[in-house]
Design a protein around this ligand. Structure first.
Ligand code: ADP
Ligand code: RBF
Ligand code: MG
Length: 377
């Protein structure tokens, strides 16, 4: 991840799409929400899932506040949870460096304003906000982006567009801008070839490629994350003999984590792993489709960085994920895949010694007393 990349083109401003790019608006029914309810001493029991489906975020939040009898107003609840679904990192970074930013979305202006009103400091961060109702034609027409450039007082060729949708990418290119695409469905990269760069998630954005200041939050090849928690019994994987390769992975069932998985991009993560009868260990894991093996399902595969003298199928495994290393990749050979996984291991092993990460070894989630009860709530 730290390989220097040549500057493709220097831009002066950034134009962002909202839904799907900056906001994960489908994510209201989510692991994050579950974690949040714990703050109020409540447990997510999944009964809201279908009630929430198809509702606006506001309606969904209102339903949750009412059903769980939360001691707060719907607005308060929304403003507490929405930052968890959004990408503040990019906004804060660009804003901190005085890079002009615009929001350009096909949604009506009022709807954009309402959504971002829950994100502290966002409205002031954008020099321009343009809704679909402020132009004659929305994306894929370039009009919305040309209007954004105009309001930023920049030439279209000096603007970088970040988009998740195909119409958005088309619009950006038609406007004569540089375009980074983040396809919202995996395995769709091939449809986005007109983009100047296709990345898997905002975690992989390299502003320096566009002549913008680099993110400063990478530490020793890792990106610190707000910790997230998953756990469950160790299940049988595909039996591809990864153990034989010296890389056993204690697979977790993805069933109860579908939303969490849709919110966290595929890739290599690391953190701490607890096994109730054994202890807490460093771990590095792959979440994703394993392109090398062309899997049809996403898997969660932590490799515990410890020598065990026996298997532990069926045992309860708890994970605190604290950082990100790289996107999931395809490899020309099994040897190169294995070599890369060993690089990941070295990076994780070393990084987990940093106080920033080592402190999470004491996460209460990993404590014996908590095991087996609320990890799957
Ligand atoms: P599978 O395809 O069933 O996941 P693997 O070859 O990946 O098989 O082996 C994983 C199993 O090996 C785990 O479920 C666990 O019981 C055992 N194991 C032994 N050592 C480790 C380790 N260091 N990390 C993860 N799993 C390990
Ligand atoms: N599989 C891939 O196809 N691409 C990857 O980039 C990739 N990275 C991995 C990183 C780590 C740390 C681990 C433990 C596994 C990774 N794998 C990757 C998954 C690997 O294909 C899988 O664990 C074994 O093949 C067993 O199913
Ligand atoms: Mg495995």
């Amino acid at each position: 991840m730290s390989i220097p990349q040549p500057v493709k083109k220097s831009v002066l401003g950034v134009i962002l799409d909202l839904d799907g790019t900056l906001l994960n608006t489908d994510g209201i029914v989510s692991e994050i929400l579950k974690v949040f309810l714990v703050k109020f001493g409540k447990q997510w029991d999944g009964r809201e899932a279908d009630k929430i489906l198809g509702k606006t975020p506001f309606e969904a939040a209102a339903a949750i506040v009412e059903d769980y009898g939360l001691p707060c107003a719907t607005e308060e609840f929304i403003s507490e949870i929405t930052p968890m679904f959004s990408d503040h990192r990019l906004i804060n970074h660009l804003k901190g460096h005085g890079i002009p930013m615009a929001l350009a979305s096909n949604s009506p202006r009022a709807s954009i304003e309402s959504k971002i009103s829950y994100q502290q400091g966002w409205k002031e961060s954008f020099s321009a906000i343009i809704g679909g109702d402020e132009v004659r034609a929305g994306k894929p027409s370039p009009e919305i982006f040309l209007e954004a450039a105009n309001r930023l007082k920049l030439e279209p060729s000096s603007c970088l567009v970040i988009e998740d949708s195909l119409p958005g990418v088309t619009a950006g290119k038609a406007a004569g801008m540089e375009v980074v695409a983040i396809p919202y469905l995996p395995k769709q990269s091939h449809l986005y070839t007109i983009a100047d760069e296709v990345i898997k998630s905002l975690l992989d954005l390299r502003p320096e490629i566009w002549g913008l200041p680099p993110f400063q939050d990478w530490i020793e090849g890792t990106l610190p994350l707000e910790p997230w928690h998953i756990g469950g019994p160790v299940i049988k994987g595909f039996g591809r003999g990864s153990k034989v390769l010296g890389i056993p992975t204690a697979n977790l069932s993805t069933e109860r984590y579908t939303t969490l998985l849709s919110e966290h991009p595929s890739g290599v993560y690391f953190g701490w792993a607890g096994l109730s009868a054994r202890g807490v260990y460093k771990m590095v894991m792959s979440i994703g489709w394993n392109p090398y093996f062309n899997n049809k399902e996403k898997t969660i595969e932590p490799w515990l960085l410890h020598e065990f003298d026996e298997d532990f199928y069926g045992e309860e495994l708890l994970l605190v994920v604290v950082g990100y290393i790289r996107p999931e990749l395809n490899f020309p050979s099994l040897e190169s895949l294995i070599e890369k996984i060993h690089d990941d291991r070295r990076i994780a092993e070393k990084a987990l010694e940093l106080p920033l990460y080592s402190k999470h070894r004491n996460d209460p989630y990993l404590e014996v007393s908590n095991r087996g009860d609320h990890n799957n709530s």
